[in-house]
Design a binder for this molecule. Sequence first.
Ligand SMILES: C[S@@+](CC[C@H](N)C(=O)[O-])C[C@H]1O[C@@H](n2cnc3c(N)ncnc32)[C@H](O)[C@@H]1O
Length: 446
Amino acid sequence: MQAEPKKTPAGSLVGQEYEVEVGPVAHGGHCISRTDAGQVLFVRHALPGERVVARVTEGEEGARFLRADAVEVLEASKDRIEAPCPYARPGRCGGCDWQHAKPGAQRRLKGEVITEQLKRLAGLTPEEAGWDGTVMPAEGDKLPAGEVPSWRTRVQYAVDEDGNAGLRRHRSHEVEPIEHCMIAADGISELGIEQRDWSGMASVEAIAATGSQDRMVILEPKPGARLPLVELDKPVSVMRVEEHDGGIHRVHGRAFVRERADGRTHRVGSGGFWQVHPMAADTLVKAVMQGLLPRKGDMALDLYCGVGLFAGALADRLGDKGAVLGIESGKRAVEDARHNLAAFDRVRIEQGKVETVLPRTGITEVDLIVLDPPRAGAGKKTVQHLSGLGARKIAYVACDPAALARDLAYFREGGYRVRTLRAFDLFPMTHHVECVAILEPVAKGT
Ligand SMILES: C[S@@+](CC[C@H](N)C(=O)[O-])C[C@H]1O[C@@H](n2cnc3c(N)ncnc32)[C@H](O)[C@@H]1O
């Protein structure tokens, strides 16, 4: 079927519909398909093996890639369910990618993406990466199809012209007003953000800490707008994003939330990184420590350390003679890390970028390294530097399997091989997935 295109700019194919076979999943929450003319279609709201009507949402004649939504399913996959969330539909909320897939199928799709990235960018099979190919659900998330885990402890709402809080549409600045986000944690839903009038605000971020009752909202007023009187259904701290410097300043209550993980409490100031799934921090600490097997007296690095999650976990296990150096670029996060780890004499936190601070420390030898970089990964230069420090084991925590696979290839050039890889579904319903790779030096002569 090749319907008439809607009125759009010349050459645009937006609105054009194609009846297509849906091919494999790709990185980014869509599946791959092709038009008869050979153009590649990235189709959202589809599943591999289906036959669908795909309507183009982005792209023009002659482009190699087009983006599209499956607007009609002609032959459904056995993995398909009716998306439980009414906003997870073509053209609506862009937050969840896989609401229409059974939970087990979502994890399989994520596993296929990891497999593909490992093969393409690192030349590794799952066996060579020491991975059993599974993506594990977080504790408590194994729910029947149709039930949605409420896991998001941080939600960034956009605000529409009428003051309604909502979420952004896929690859758009447009706001989809919502009455309730199904994946939001109960601590967020209880605030009733979606039921309030947020006129004058550009965005409202809500945070519900894990292991404490701390709640925070961060308001970003539109230029010249005044802050509303914030009366929510539960006590919250209120922060404001300043128009002139983008800094986040306290309006009311504490300027941080307290997050519990690995038996310790972590102060996390506004703007500082903390894992979003309530089980994520504990799950990752456990996977990293099981992989590294720290010994008393080890010298360890925690790179991209945030507020000190892994540095604290390492310090706890290395004893009086061990030492940890954490490096983090965020100023506020460094203050929090120093506060959180004040009880450990032999932990030092340096502020700055890993790529500049680490070479300046003059460190030439360590026993263990944890690195947990942002989505872009660590990159060649940093990996080369780390490969020269003689670490017995390296734990690489990654939220982007493509950046991870690329960096694993650099590590191989530096003499390290992946010993084990584990994958966790810490972002159910979305395409995101978290991996922990444990690397060891390649034994001489192999
Ligand atoms: C994925 S978070 C990990 C934080 C911490 N490991 C945790 O689990 O809570 C990545 C952190 O790296 C920091 N960051 C980003 N780029 C950096 C760089 N080039 N050097 C040092 N830190 C960086 C961010 O501010 C953020 O805190």
